[in-house]
Design a protein around this ligand. Structure first.
Ligand SMILES: Cc1cc2nc3c(=O)[nH]c(=O)nc-3n(C[C@H](O)[C@H](O)[C@H](O)COP(=O)(O)OP(=O)(O)OC[C@H]3O[C@@H](n4cnc5c(N)ncnc54)[C@H](O)[C@@H]3O)c2cc1C
Length: 421
């Protein structure tokens, strides 16, 4: 496939805009199709926790998770909720999700694959941020995980597998942690610092800056919603939108959690589900962590952003259309206040912002990156679940390599859409 193809990229979240930058670098002409503003609140890429955790290689489903799920669901403050009316629709996905984590071997396979995708991600993001003129948005000074006991860390399969795939970390005793994090609640008595990881100080602003950089480098943004792909035999003719057709030589499906209809329209019914998540953000907080941290009990990330202290997490299975349940964001706020007792309990509502969005999730925790079955002119790049911001840097490069007919820089077998077809 020659350089200089017209590549239409559907979706201008982190995956779409970095794919645009990398496709331009390969000498292609790029049209970004998205009805929304790149980096806008409609996208998961806006409201995520901002972790560039190259060690986030463990899929959400692990062996024995089925035993924990009832407890999570019964706990009103728990990290997982299912809207019961949506359960019949979600069931096939949930079964695949549980099966994909049924054995340690399956989880290990995903861990090795994700390590390939995520390694060096903080550095790749820093370079992209420099190119886009916003180096200050990407920091590479590590993240911390905090635990209520050493035992809960020791018994975690995830950390054993992280060691196996080459992740290194520093372990902190209660005293050492206290010195680093004086405001953290004393129930946290053990900590782990992963120094290779990074963080983004404002994911929405970062994606917007990357999009502006792509536009300044020649990409065009068409504000329209893609509804399908028109093929003639195995050749792509156009992306079909609500307002007509955009003729192109290649297309990239990067519409996040809304990619499913597009792939189904060309014969690839893929099990993509939304793991809905929330964030709560406190402007000018009175207290907080010194570093960016994840609380293992609340399964919540706390990260400083340029707009305030953001706590993000929780998984809600309720589909794309149901209204948000803002109690999920309240739970995050309560956990945050519990983690940092010096935060006043009566922070005025005007200083608290909440957000909800859709993680695009495949059951096995691995994105789909590869060609459509019907045509090698169509490349899939979605389903990054919990690791779409950190994973976007290498995904963009892989997309450009696939569009150019070049060998991908990492093995794509574990990410092949065909694994579900
Ligand atoms: C609470 C929460 C915390 C998270 N924390 C982290 C984290 O710390 N680190 C991390 O790496 N990841 C994190 N994630 C996951 C990460 O945010 C996502 O995996 C990632 O943003 C997905 O990017 P995307 O570009 O695929 O999708 P999105 O960012 O959702 O972008 C998709 C875009 O496609 C557009 N679109 C949709 N349908 C169409 C259509 N038909 N035509 C044209 N355009 C369309 C949308 O308007 C949108 O702009 C978190 C997610 C959540 C919800």
């Amino acid at each position: 496939m020659p350089a200089g193809r017209h590549v239409a990229i559907i979706g201008a979240g982190a995956i779409g805009v970095i794919s645009a930058i990398e496709a331009l670098r390969e000498g292609h002409r790029v049209t970004l199709i998205d009805p929304g503003e790149p980096g806008g609140e409609q996208a998961a890429s806006y409201g995520n926790a901002g972790w560039l955790s190259s060690h986030s290689v463990i899929p959400p489903a692990e062996p024995g998770i089925w035993k924990k799920v009832p407890g999570y669901l019964m706990d009103p403050l728990g990290p997982l909720a299912i809207r019961w009316s949506y359960l019949p629709k979600a069931l096939p996905w949930l079964v695949k999700y549980l099966l994909s984590g049924w054995t340690e071997g399956r989880v290990e396979k995903t861990a090795f694959a994700l390590r390939d995708l995520l390694k060096d991600a903080p550095l790749l993001h820093r370079k992209l941020a420099e190119e886009a003129g916003v180096p200050e948005l990407i920091e590479r000074n590590g993240v911390m995980h905090v635990f209520t006991s050493r035992g809960s860390f020791d018994s975690d399969l995830g950390w054993r597998l992280r060691k196996k795939v080459g992740v290194e970390w520093l372990e902190l005793s209660a005293d050492e942690m206290r010195q680093r994090e004086p405001d953290l609640h004393p129930r946290y008595t053990f900590g782990v610092v992963v120094e290779e990881a990074g963080r983004c100080r404002d994911p929405g602003a970062y994606v917007a800056a990357l999009a502006n950089h792509a536009l300044a480098s020649g990409a065009v943004h068409v504000r329209d919603k893609a509804t399908g792909l028109r093929l003639s035999g195995n050749k792509l003719v156009a992306v079909v939108t609500e307002n007509g057709e955009i003729p192109c030589d290649a297309a990239v499906v990067a519409a996040g959690a809304r990619s499913k209809q597009l792939t189904a329209s060309i014969g690839d019914p893929l099990p993509l589900e939304t793991e809905r998540g929330y964030h709560v953000m406190i402007e000018n907080p009175e207290s907080g962590p010194r570093s960016s941290m994840m609380a293992s009990d609340a399964k919540m990330v706390v990260n400083w952003t340029n707009k305030g202290l953001r706590a993000a997490g929780t998984v809600e299975i309720a589909g794309l259309e149901a209204a948000p349940n803002w109690k999920r964001a309240e739970i995050l706020r309560n956990h945050l206040l519990g983690m940092f007792p010096k935060l006043p309990k009566d922070i005025p509502a005007s200083r608290i912002k909440t957000w909800f969005g859709h993680r695009p999730s495949m059951p096995d925790g691995r994105p789909c990156i590869g060609y459509a079955r019907a045509s090698r002119d169509v490349v899939y790049a979605f389903g990054h679940g919990h690791v779409g911001l950190v994973g976007s840097a290498r995904t963009g490069r892989l997309v450009a390599q696939l569009v150019s007919g070049k060998a991908p820089e990492i093995p794509l077998g574990p990410f092949a859409p065909e694994r579900f077809l």
